[in-house]
Each structure stands twice: as structure tokens, then as C-alpha cells.
Design a protein around this ligand. Sequence first.
Ligand code: ARG
Length: 282
Amino acid sequence: MDARQPHILMCPPVFYGIEYEINPWMKRERQADHDLAIKQWNNLLAMLLDAGAKVSLMTPVRGLPDLVFTANAAMIFQRTAVLARFRHPQRQGEERYDAEWFTEHGLQVTPPPANTYFEGAGDALFCGEDLFAGYRMRSDARGHQEIGQRLGVRVIPVELVDPYYYHLDTCFCPLAPGEALYYPAAFDEYGQTALRELIPHLIPVAREEAEAFACNAVVVGRTVVTNAGCPQLAASLAQRGYRTLETPLSEFVKAGGSAKCLTLRLDGEEAAAWRNVDGNQV
Ligand code: ARG
């Protein structure tokens, strides 16, 4: 097998549903269509395999509907998984299953900093050498700084100001070192400036496409996989030499998630300099 094959963790939506409301997208009366959710998830999986990724699966657990959003399970750095501590009690039951999975699969598992919330790759994404870290809605800024110190990487904390964009991966998507997508209005002035100064090729996403989760994209090589309904994004990406594939994920948008949230990159995102440096593989 190719030592550089992208490796992604997913969890089948067997027990997925809108069982509680912990972000503004979730309304229990706007229930997900279960069969359609399974179909959409299978199509996403097929697309990622087709794009060349290897996909590992977590076992779904009854009563933990959001376990499908594996992006939140941990943040991966080389062979270390920094585990999540969820802000909402509704998701805290996921933590032990996440810890078990990473331990059983040979990663070095480390807890999040004491007395802080941390929602994994949902809020912490490498672009080049730097770890961009979203805080306020879910993860704590102090925890991000401590993780940076532990791992020996520079952390760029960015405050999330719109409750609809409560995780960093709903409004920011690194594509390659020095290149990323972002939805400006999800950040304050300071955050927008920091992103613009540190990332030379920053592609803004229009409001209506941010609402369709355009920023919640999975990058596999030069292929970008997103929810359906992001034509402007596809055009901007084509100009920069990316191929965009769309697949409908409406049933997951009802929980406030889309393509990226349903995946966790185990070998390092394409944009992470550490992956490009040592090609580490789980
Ligand atoms: N319902 C989940 C929550 O609110 C959705 C998580 C989406 N995950 C993500 N990485 N943005 O926690």
C-alpha cells in the first residue's frame, strides 16, 4: 500500500438523529431522514475512497448520535491523538469510545489540558507549520495554547463570533500550506486580519455557500469534497487547480455538520507541514 495514502476515520450513522439541540442548526422537530442519512454517508464514503483515501471505521454506539462527527474525536499530530473534552454533556459520552479507538489503533493518546474544553480537529487545524485554533463557542483558548506548548507548534487562536459557525471547520478549511478557504463574517476583525496576514492565498466563501457548509470540505490531494450547492466555491477552487466534488449531505446539516465533520484525517491534513515533512502514517 502507498505509504502516503490519505487515511480517514469515519463512523457509520446507524444511531444518528437529532436527539438534542446544542447548536442553532439542530431542531428536534426537524428530524433527519434516517435512510437518506445512511445513503448520503455511504455516498460520501464512496467518494473519498474513489479520491484515493483509505477509510477506517469506528463502531457506532446507540445513544451517541453525534459520534458520526469523527472530526471532533481528537486532534492528530504525528502519532499523537489529543483527545476531545466536549463542552456539552450530550456529547461527553463519546469520549471513552474515542479514547478506546485511538489506543487500540496504536496512537499515543493524550488527554486535553485540564479544566478546558477541546473539540478536536473541529476546532484545531494545521495550515503549514501553524495550528489555527477556534475558540469561544466550544473549545477554550487557554487549552489551545497549552496544546501548542506540548506539541511544540505555534498556535494562532481565532475567536468564533457567529453561533452558526461554532466550530472552526465550519468556516475555515486549510487546502495546502499557505492556502485556505474561509468565511470572513464568522471571525472578528482581529481573526480576519490574522488569517489574511498568515495565509497568502485565502479564498473567501460567499455567505449563501458558507450556509451550505462550503468551508466544511474534505481535502484529499487536489480533490475537495463538499456538500451540494457550492458552485462559486467550485469555480474558485478550479482556478487554483483543485477538482471539486459535491455530494448532498442535507441530513447532516440538520445537526450542524457536513463533509469535513464526518471525517478525521489520521495521517495529517494535506495542509499540515508536518505531514509533508515526515510523511507519518498511522
Ligand atoms: N451536532 C454536532 C455538535 O453540535 C455537530 C458537530 C459537527 N462537527 C464539526 N466538526 N463541525 O457538536
